[in-house]
Design a binder for this molecule. Structure first.
Ligand SMILES: Cc1ncc(COP(=O)(O)O)c(C=O)c1O
Length: 276
């Protein structure tokens, strides 16, 4: 929907830092001329080139990036300063910390990480950015049509909305977004610190861009992954298998994961390492 609604002049900038932004750029190519600002494919999405080296097009309709690459565990923690409208995929970022939305023209996030269940996508957009942008599209494909109808242009996924409402209440009860940020930072740091001093586990992402919520790691000994996963399951630690496109392991420590869960994972990892 982004390139269809918002690329009026037919040029759009995409920063590729992992699987999701790469996919977004490929999809956008159906609708506009995509300018790749920088592409981390060559370093296997472990680092992001310095901003001064980016090939930014100041005439672009917008600049698109993904704040947290869920599969590769690469996160851009600072706000980007670009001269074109800024669009961000915050599917695994929204509600993990306070965000100054004034830095953006459009933010979107699928709910299924930190906001509830699949079936709901939250879009936060500047009204003047989306208004009257895509008169050629049928209303259901237009951001302004959804906004003008208070997100009830078609039948709403009421259960997904309801669950998100409960999650927002839960976040407030926990102390709000600052508390979420502190907790996510602390949980991920604990795991990175353990991985970095270990001989068996590695996380290849440059420290500046390590994600607060998705921590991929690999084992330095071949053919141990299945055993690791089976033993982890037996210890009550589930869903540690990395995304099918990259393999290895991935610990996703979204808002709802307490620090005790990370501590339990680390103690299991230590035990597994000591047995090798
Ligand atoms: C950052 C990011 N963007 C986009 C998506 C795609 O979401 P959906 O499957 O709801 O289209 C995901 C899903 O995991 C994601 O993590």
């Amino acid at each position: 929907m982004i390139p269809q609604n918002l690329s009026n002049n037919g040029e759009a900038d995409y920063l590729i830092t992992g699987g999701w932004s790469k996919k977004a750029a490929a999809y956008a190519e159906h609708h506009t001329n995509v300018n790749i600002v920088s592409d981390s494919t060559e370093n296997n999405f472990t680092n992001i080139a310095e901003m001064s080296t980016w090939n930014v097009n100041t005439e672009s309709d917008y600049f698109f990036y993904c704040a947290n690459e869920t599969v590769h565990g690469v996160e851009i923690h600072e706000y980007l300063d670009v001269n074109t409208p800024l669009i961000c995929d915050m599917s695994s970022t929204l509600c993990t910390r306070p965000i100054d939305v004034n830095n953006f023209d459009l933010i979107f996030a699928g709910a299924q990480k930190n906001l509830g269940i699949a079936g709901l996508t939250i879009v936060l957009a500047r009204k003047d950015f989306i208004e009257n942008q895509a008169n050629h599209l049928t209303p259901i494909m237009r951001y302004d049509a959804h906004a003008n109808d208070n997100s009830m242009l078609n039948t709403s996924p009421v259960f997904a909305w309801f669950v998100a409402g409960l999650v927002f209440e839960w976040i407030e009860e926990q102390g709000g977004l600052t508390k979420m940020a502190d907790s996510n930072k602390a949980k991920s740091q604990l795991l990175y610190d353990y991985i970095d001093q270990s001989n068996l586990y590695q996380n290849p992402v440059s420290s500046k861009y390590r994600s607060w919520v998705n921590i991929p790691f690999t084992l330095s000994v071949n053919n141990l992954d299945d055993e690791f996963l089976t033993m982890a399951n037996k210890s009550g630690l589930y869903n540690l298998k990395g995304h099918r496109t990259v393999g290895g392991m991935r610990a996703s420590v979204y808002n709802s994961m307490p620090i005790e869960g990370v501590e339990k994972l680390i103690s299991f990892m230590k035990e597994f390492e000591n047995r090798q």
